[in-house]
Design a protein around this ligand. Sequence first.
Ligand SMILES: Cc1ncc(COP(=O)(O)O)c(C=O)c1O
Length: 484
Amino acid sequence: MKKLIKRILELENISKELEPSEAKRNKYFQQIQDYTNYFINDIEETKAYSDKKVKQGVLSINGCKKPLSRLLQVYADEVVDKGINAASGRHIGYVPGGGIYTSALADYLADVTNEYAGLFYASPGAVTMENEILNWMKSIFGFPEDSAGALTSGGSIANLIALTAARDHHKIKSNKITKSVVYLSPQTHHCINKALKIIGLEDVILRYSDLDKNSRIDTKKLNLQINKDKTNGLNPFLIIATAGTTDTGAVDSLMEIGKIARVNNLWYHIDAAYGGFFILSRQKKEIFNGIEMADSLVTDPHKGLFIPYGSGAVLVKNKEAITHSHQYTANYLQDAARNITNIYDPADVSPELTRHFRALRIWLPLQIHGLEPFIACLDEKLLLIDYFRRKLQEIGFKTGPTPDLSISYFWYPSKIVDENMFNKKLLELIHKDGNVFFSSTVINNKFVIRMAILSFRTKLRTIDKAIEIINKLRLKLEKDFDLV
Ligand SMILES: Cc1ncc(COP(=O)(O)O)c(C=O)c1O
């Protein structure tokens, strides 16, 4: 016994390193704070993109102790300085969000207190907070109070949960799969296809709808296709609409699709991962009419609420459907099971048991700032895309159709060199320059530069700067091609 105690105390002495003293905590915190202050103070000047490579081996782990100051330098040089600067307002490429500071503080708080957020029994406060956020979302989207839902790591997992509920509600088991039909848009985010594969529905029939001139699902043709499929003895069971497509920000005709789903008794899923929170905008309310008809809905706080990455949400009206595949108990959870209330445990509506306490990173910013600045920011983005498109047109660029939300695209109509080649080269130059970041996509076989304005840090001056850069690089490219 003596030997045992001696060894335990020896180990305690070594492992106490994991609980730094207050003085050491303050020192660490100061260093992190100094770095994050520097990062934020400098954000308007730092590049939005860098194609520099990560130095080989610098991030590898060798098990030895290193000072935080050195690690912060490595972090700044090898992580923050490489690739897309997702915190920058000049990241106008893939759907950005920015990542608001008070949410980062909430993560710090959640991590230090290490709140468990899987079961009400273990963490009644954390779970209640999560449910309050979901209740708030239900009220925004017109979902009944008794709907279920979960906060997820992002839109992909949220869609996965929703589609699982759709599958279970319609009892799409192996004998039915190859006759079952899912209706979606060619603009549907690829995470939906991924989710269908993951949940065993790879072999369902996917009916990609034709689109109207605004890239929305053509509802007349959708209706005809459903009737045809029914007549042919198939099993239509799911329609997926998008409220804010990734390519062009289009919002499908949610009400009309909802009516079609209702008449045909189909599960109606809306992926509003990118666009959902624009419902808060004073300018866009009516475009979301019909969203309340969905059986399940996905929206991402790490997009439209500017929360740092790691925040999605799913709402599902039918509790039995969402819990069918997710609600389990086990001997080692019998204490939790004894505490059954009418409150849904997050673990009952998601594949996760132990999960990050995601509620606080949404709750704290909403409580500290109130809703108004969030709404103003969304309104601002809608006006900025309009401003950006007009400015682009002024300097000779073509732009896609007026967008429903804050994603659009543009290209330079080069007369002499192949247009696709010109715009590809232009984007390469923009990436090399790195002061502003755009992505690209293909629309009607045309290579176009895509802009997604959603960072809370994207301002009028950001767009002016972007225009200045685009124009400078376009002129350079024309010179290079000897066109001027
Ligand atoms: C419409 C849409 N759905 C789903 C996703 C996937 O969300 P996440 O990247 O959070 O998993 C995205 C991402 O941009 C999206 O735009």
